[in-house]
Design a protein around this ligand. Structure first.
Ligand code: COA
Length: 440
């Protein structure tokens, strides 16, 4: 028998269908709620709201489970490449060798950006945050490929845009780094794979020999795979929301990059390192910062801790912590920030405040240690997250577009402002209550 939920409002009882996912997660379908009752639901931050059905990624936050198209993320991190993971997320299945070769070849074909686009980089101040530059550049791709801005692209057009975005984004990121340090742009090389190509564009220079380090390549491979998708997070929901108005894929992804930029989302990896540096500067007084994070009146939070969904552990953080130790050992690097991070985790995980609230290290807690060891500068950390998240955004945009149930995203609200009142001419206004008056 189909399960139903009953909602009683006053003397009215409404039967609501219950939807069950393939992993047995349940939802009460309230699609008809407003038309039947004139009530809406109120759920700030959408913590209890499913915005769509999706077959891309499964997360069970209570059990610390993360699957891409059914495959545990640890298996992908162990065995796969970022390009293969992108194929899986976007196309739904692991590719055959032939499919993978074709997919990889098209990355090479689309790696370069239009020569004119280089002018944009010269126009940005070198102090500009690379996330702002990345978002602007991705949106600007729409101007260079207007034939690919069809709001409902064919499968062939979509495949082309997807590969262009995946491939060009790493070139754009490397160029914005080169610009920030005043170095010459290094073009992508057709003989190099995805990650070595990125590292080469970042760190090689006409005046300097650069050797690609396989341990760095491997650490980055794992990081990018672990960041590749995470179902309806803030930036992915943004991509879907913007795309629901039939904005093209370039514009939707550019919006996702902006959403990722914030310190509570993809900007957290940068904030973690800044926090660890601050603790180090302050004599490694870890307990002081743990105490500060617990204070009700302080706005300080332990960055890299806590997650809306994971209430047990974040499976990605466990893998990244191990990889950070491996890479640093192999490179013979002694990073005091890693020691602080490990101790901070130990202290926080024994502290009742963090235990009761189920706050664990998340994906951002150890990733910055790896980026630092590779030589990637601090303000590029969120950009690395963006490169990794690209396949997830693209897969979700396409799923949203192909789903007949998709409607333009348009939440409701409960209005709490003044009731109807009349306009008062300025000479009759007795006082102003504007709270920001003095700041004009
Ligand atoms: N440090 C200290 N306290 C934290 C905390 C942190 N990192 N994260 C959450 N809390 C506390 C909150 O103060 C709140 O306490 P209260 O119940 O006494 O008011 C409680 O834990 C629940 O937090 P809340 O902000 O409601 O959870 P959320 O699901 O809305 O937020 C995050 C999730 C990720 C935004 C939040 O944990 C956070 O800000 N973490 C730091 C930023 C970060 O690492 N972001 C990357 C996420 S991948």
């Amino acid at each position: 028998m189909d399960e139903k939920a009953k909602l009683i409002i006053g003397d009215k009882t409404l039967e609501l269908p219950v939807i069950t996912g393939t992993e047995n997660e349940k939802a009460v379908d309230i699609t008809k709620l407003r038309s039947a009752t004139e009530y809406i639901t109120l759920d700030p931050g959408f913590g209890n709201t499913g915005s769509c059905k999706s077959s891309i990624t499964f997360v069970d936050g209570e059990k610390g489970i993360l699957h891409y198209r059914g495959i545990p993320v640890a298996q992908m991190a162990e065995n796969s490449t970022f390009v293969e993971t992108s194929y899986l997320l976007i196309h739904g299945e692991l590719p055959t060798q032939k499919q993978l070769d074709k997919f990889s070849d098209s990355f090479t074909q689309h790696a370069m950006i239009h020569e004119d686009m280089k002018n944009f980089f010269y126009g940005y101040p070198s102090t500009g945050h690379p996330m702002g530059i990345l978002s602007a550049m991705v949106c600007s791709l729409s101007a260079y490929y207007p034939e690919l801005t069809n709001p409902e692209p064919s499968q062939e057009e979509f495949n082309k845009i997807a590969v262009m975005l995946l491939s060009k984004v790493r070139t754009i990121c490397a160029f914005s780094y080169k610009k920030s340090v005043g170095d010459t742009f290094v073009n992508p090389r057709p003989d190099l794979k995805y990650i070595p190509n990125f590292l080469n564009m970042m760190f090689s220079s006409p005046s300097r020999n650069y050797t690609i380090d396989q341990d760095e390549v491997n650490a980055l491979r794992v990081l990018l795979i672990l960041h590749a998708d995470h179902e309806q997070n803030c930036s992915t929901s943004t991509v879907r929301m913007v795309g629901s108005s039939r904005a093209n894929l370039f514009a939707s992804i550019a919006a996702g990059i902006c959403a990722l930029w914030g310190p509570l989302h993809g900007g957290a990896n940068q904030e973690v390192i800044e926090m660890l540096q601050q603790i180090h500067k302050d004599g490694d007084n870890i307990q002081k910062y743990v105490n500060l994070a617990k204070e009700k009146d302080s706005s300080f939070r332990l960055m890299g801790f806590g997650h809306r969904v994971y209430k047990n552990f974040d499976p990605r953080a466990k893998i990244i912590k191990e990889k950070a130790h491996t890479l640093l050992n192999k490179k013979g690097i002694k990073d005091p920030l890693l020691d602080i991070a490990v101790k901070l985790e130990e202290i926080a995980l024994k502290d009742p405040y963090f235990v009761e609230r189920k706050l664990y290290p998340n994906v951002d807690f150890y990733s910055g240690i790896i980026y630092r060891a590779i030589g990637i500068p601090l303000n590029m950390f969120p950009v690395m997250f963006a490169i990794g998240r690209m396949p997830g955004w693209i897969a979700h945009w396409k799923e949203m577009l192909d789903d007949p149930a998709t409607k333009i995203g348009r939440p409701r609200q409960i209005y709490t402002g003044p009731n109807r009142r009349d306009y008062v001419p300025i000479e009759q206004r007795k006082y102003s209550l504007h709270p920001t008056e003095n700041s004009f």
